[in-house]
Design a protein around this ligand. Structure first.
Ligand code: SAM
Length: 277
């Protein structure tokens, strides 16, 4: 779900230093607020254009408000800052990306985050989605498989003043089992996965979802062959097609699945042996 080339808004974004954009700052003086407003306007238009997939033509106003607050330019490398408020993914290092703002918006909306909720995110990346979740939820746990990205995101989020979230390095296909067990029978009210599962939703994530909980996850329809070196014939033949799914667990623990729309995410990479846990 990419949008076309963006118009020049006449000013480079992201001149302020990260510490100039703390969430505690006076927003009236924030020179990037206007760019965020324009980004939100694009998201609103794209939601209306994709209403047929989403089953609604507008998002929860709380989600839009969170997107107006989080300084996306503080989450991208310095040389990407002029593009920080364009509605598209951007590189963040380690071959990974910060997700497109429209995708962050719809995933957050689909997770139906309540103010008292505990949320798990798999795939911290630079921490942008985690910050948006932290604006809405009581607590956010986020896991990233690249230790360098996890460390940088944790530092960035702390410097921005987020106190209700924790980041750790590890394989998120296992979820965050210690936390989930501590909080049983109500582990996570919502789980968002920001990388594409290969063919199936990890069982550990379904287990760690509370009754009534929502799991939002992209799933690759034609999983990559782990033995394929370089290119994979199945991906070449079918293309790396993914669906964004929402799984909902009812009070009795039954899980219903809804397919929302086609998406394009980097792969969710499980450590060897992770499936057994
Ligand atoms: N959430 C990010 C944001 O706010 O823009 C986007 C992250 S990027 C699209 C997906 C991330 O998932 C990458 O940083 C990648 O390293 C991470 N990832 C992939 N497999 C993972 C796994 N098994 N456990 C944790 N993180 C994983």
């Amino acid at each position: 779900m990419m949008t076309g080339p963006k118009q020049d808004r006449g000013r480079a974004v992201g001149e302020p230093r990260v510490d100039d954009t703390s969430v505690d700052d006076n927003r009236a003086e924030d020179p990037t607020a206007e760019d965020r407003e324009a980004m939100v306007a694009e998201i609103i238009a794209e939601v209306a254009a994709t209403a047929g997939f989403l089953g609604k033509d507008r998002l929860d106003p709380r989600v839009l408000e969170a997107l107006r607050k989080v300084p996306r330019h503080a989450f991208v490398p310095a040389w990407e800052r002029p593009f920080a408020y364009e509605n598209r993914p951007l590189p963040i290092g380690e071959g990974q990306t910060i997700s497109q703002p429209y995708i962050v918006a719809i995933m957050t909306d689909l997770a139906r985050i309540g103010a008292g909720d505990r949320v798990l995110e798999v795939g911290t990346g630079c921490g942008y989605q985690a910050a948006v979740l932290a604006e809405l939820a009581a607590e956010v746990d986020s896991i990233e498989r690249f230790p360098a990205l996890a460390a940088a995101a944790a530092e960035r989020l702390a410097s921005l003043g987020y106190r209700n979230l924790r980041v750790r390095a590890g394989d998120g296909t296992r979820g965050w089992p210690e936390e989930a067990e501590d909080r049983a029978p109500r582990p996570y009210d919502a789980i968002l996965v920001t990388a594409a599962a290969q063919g199936a939703v990890p069982e550990a994530l379904i287990r760690q979802l509370a009754p009534g909980g929502r799991l939002v996850i992209p799933v690759e329809r034609h999983p990559r062959d782990p033995a394929a070196q370089g290119f994979d014939l199945r991906v070449l033949w079918f293309g790396p097609e993914q669906d964004l799914l929402v799984l909902t667990k009812d009070a009795e623990g039954r899980v219903a699945e809804e397919k929302i729309l086609p998406v394009a995410f980097v792969p969710l990479i499980a450590e060897a042996g992770a499936e057994e846990t």
